[in-house]
Design a protein around this ligand. Sequence first.
Ligand code: ADP
Length: 424
Amino acid sequence: MTEPKSPFWNMLNERTILVVVAAIIALFWAFNQISLFAALISSGVTAALLIQLEVKRRIEHLQRRRIEAQEKRINRRKGIKSLRASALNSLPSPILMVDDTNIISFANDAAKELLGDQIASDDIFLYLRQSSFVKALGEVLTGHSVQSGAIRYTNSQDRSFDLTISPIAGTKPDGSKRIQAMVFFFEVTSLLRTEQMRVDFVANASHELRTPLTTITGFIETLQGPAADDLDAQKRFLAIMQRESDRMKRLIDDLLSLSRIEMSRHDAPDEIIDINSIIKSTVNACAPSAAERAINFSLELDEHCSKVQGDPDQLTQVFLNLLGNAAKYAERDTSVHIVTNIDPLSKDQLYVTVRDEGPGISSEHLSRLTERFYRVDTARSRKMGGTGLGLAIVKHILLRHSSQLEIRSQVGVGTTFSFKLPKG
Ligand code: ADP
């Protein structure tokens, strides 16, 4: 930095001093105090000293400017480096830089969260040791090729990542070239989970369809062969075949409605409907089958608040499934209570509960009940004509209504299903 000079010093520059000294020498010479030769020598020496001073000053000025420029460059580089580091830290995916001695030279925040805070300056093979990674890293650091795709890393919490390793060329402090490897972690945990769910779903759906189909095929063969002339057996077998084909039809209907509901998942319903009339008509539809087991429906509906925002067909489906289940699984000669009231916590929501006095469900099953094809007692569900999709359909319909199904149950006491709907 150049120091500011006072005006006096500015005036007193080398040229002024030279003129003053020359004038003094001239005066000395004029008044015969010194000889002409001495005057010339003294003037020459003064001028030489002043020139040297000026040259020194300019050199210092140039050096100062060079240092300033260098400092600026270093600060700019530091700024870029810290900007790069904070940009990499803000990325949600873990990223590591590994040098040619396999030491981690940089780890962003997501990588530290995944592998531990202390990873920087550690050997990468302490954390990623599988042979595919070791081989790929070696190839990147020596052959400069990008390696991606086939390297998968799964940690102890079952989070899975696909790794891509890219070479990054740079220079060492001594000016020689160096290659580092950038390791990108792309999280595939939810993709794998979705893929597994899809595979399980196809397997479950095929199994559910194959069971009645096998029964029907078996009876067709029996009717064509041993029972060809047995009218009694034919009647019995045809009734079973009818029941099994009804089951297949119910299953296909449920699968189709589940896929329709999922397709409209992000399209929230905006129709204003009367929920009390939907509940009453569903109760009427379920009453005959409930009556067979002496199950009675008791309604306690808030008559002042019955308008809600929703899809009438889908909400009818919700009550059909919940009341149907209550009627299927509740003990004989018990009641199913349907209650609606304003949610005390949020006044713009209607709170709906369906409570039965059935066998109840033990707590370990509760969180899985809304999974497709999940049943507590598969044989009982099948015997009662269940598809294992009823509660999954309810869950997805409620999700479309920005709501959630809550299930509380006590073994031997009964089960309560509840949810909220936006008031219309
Ligand atoms: P399902 O067609 O088998 O009834 P759901 O998805 O409707 O399929 O229900 C899943 C499982 O939850 C049922 O198989 C049953 O074991 C259990 N379940 C559902 N509702 C009740 C209830 N009200 N009481 C006891 N268990 C129930």
